[in-house]
Design a protein around this ligand. Structure first.
Ligand code: FDA
Length: 389
């Protein structure tokens, strides 16, 4: 005999766990399936183990999508303050780190435990290590095939996320099922991902410095981290979502610093000191050393004319670099693109063409900036669907 539920959710990540709790709270019989051994694995590893679970300043402008208006409704109806209420009820301590980013004081597994408790409180069932091989749709709803038998569902929620970090079980499952039901899937690509430059920056690996990283589409004032294979750090991860193969990016290594003015003033006071010593007040020493041959940073400050100081400032403010590629889905925090929003109702996340089919979280073509935005989208889209189921 086929077991049946009011709602089956595939994917026990951030969106699926929260949706199970929300749908269960409306009295529905809910089953949450995942092929992984543990739920919420990306929550567990997020934010360096402390989960940057939301951001105080969430607006639709912090998301990329073919339709920049799509996310507005769900984000307005389930806000960061709503999530904070939940976090407070579960007595989870948190702090603001920077730029409105909220992190747990303790471990990120507190958020997973909170979501599991919310689910259990409303009687929703979690079944792990259960891959779904086929999904069929008929007059009575959906029929899913699993290794242990068929499962019937009046409503089906796809919450299997994007393709980032396949090692952790990420698949294109939601895209495949969405296509099967006639939905369009936009181009998908790794985002919030380090950019590669061969081994050009290997000697600087580990050096971090505040920058403005920009291209024609976006600009981010955050820190940059040199790695063995290229550039990372928040500024680069953010910009990667707006970058395309073959394009150059621009880096200002001395944001907000009028370097030539500052060096001129120093020259009057301490002209006999090496120019590199002065530059090391504004940039990491290893970076100054690496730039010395290219920028001619030799001799004392007094040896450098006003014109030379201005040339150095310009060279540091406008560094144009062309990445050879990105680290790809292996390390990307998210997948840009996904199920096209024109096929979904923005208030409920329900398919406009297949009644009872919902698609939420990262699987949808709504991709947030770094800084808690992606989890807030997971919570908000899950809440929207959970209420409507
Ligand atoms: P999510 O990926 O969380 O869950 C999908 C679930 O579906 C998984 O449990 C998976 O096993 C399951 N699944 C996949 N295919 C399946 C199939 N075929 N059958 C059954 N189950 C299947 N965001 C943020 O806001 N703040 C942060 O601090 C971070 N930090 C961070 C660090 C790292 C290293 C990564 C990789 C990502 C982040 N993110 C983040 C992004 C954030 O983790 C991501 O956007 C959300 O987890 C997306 O939630 P979803 O529930 O949509 O997918």
């Amino acid at each position: 005999m086929t077991e049946t539920y009011d709602c089956v959710i595939i994917g026990a990540g951030a969106a699926g766990l929260f949706c199970a709790a929300r749908a269960g709270a409306t009295g529905k019989r809910v089953l949450l399936l995942d092929h992984a051994r543990a739920p919420g694995e990306k929550i567990r590893i997020s934010g360096g183990g402390r989960c940057n679970f939301t951001n105080l300043a969430v607006t639709a402008a912090n998301f990329l999508s073919e339709n920049p208006h799509f996310a507005k409704s769900a984000l307005a109806r389930f806000t960061p303050a709503d999530f904070l209420d939940l976090v407070a009820r579960h007595r989870i301590a948190w702090h603001e780190k920077t730029l409105g980013q909220l992190f747990c004081d303790g471990k990120s597994t507190q958020i997973v435990d909170m979501l599991l408790e919310e689910m259990q409180a409303v009687g929703a069932t979690l079944r792990l290590q259960t891959p779904v091989s086929t999904v069929a749709h008929g007059p009575d709803g959906f029929r899913l095939t699993t290794p242990t038998g068929q499962i019937g569902a009046k409503t089906l929620v796809l919450a299997t996320g994007g393709k980032s970090i396949p090692k952790m079980g990420a698949t294109g499952f939601a895209y495949d099922i969405a296509r099967q039901f006639g939905h369009r899937v936009t181009e998908t690509r790794p985002a919030l991902v380090p950019l590669t430059f061969g081994d050009s920056f290997a000697p600087l690996a580990g050096v971090s410095t505040p920058v403005i990283a920009s291209n024609a589409r976006a600009s981010f004032a955050e820190s940059l981290l040199f790695t063995h294979r290229g550039l990372s750090g928040p500024a680069i991860l953010q910009l990667s979502s707006y970058w395309r193969e073959g394009e150059a990016i621009s880096i200002d290594l001395i944001p907000g610093i009028a370097l030539a003015d500052s060096l001129r003033a120093q020259r009057q006071r301490e002209g006999k000191r090496a120019i590199t010593t002065h530059l090391a007040h504004h940039l990491p020493t290893r970076l100054v050393e690496a730039l010395t041959p290219e920028l001619g940073l030799t001799g004392n400050l007094a040896d450098h004319s006003d014109k030379r100081l201005m040339q150095i400032e310009t060279a540091l403010k406008n560094r144009t670099l062309t990445p050879t590629g990105s680290e790809g889905y292996r390390t990307a925090e998210v997948t840009l693109g996904g199920v096209a929003t024109e096929g979904l109702d923005s208030q409920s996340m329900m398919s406009k063409t297949v009644p009872g089919l919902f698609i939420i979280g990262e699987a949808v073509d709504v991709t947030g900036w770094l800084g808690g935005y992606n989890f807030q989208w997971a919570w908000a889209s899950a809440d929207a669907a959970g209420r409507a189921i």
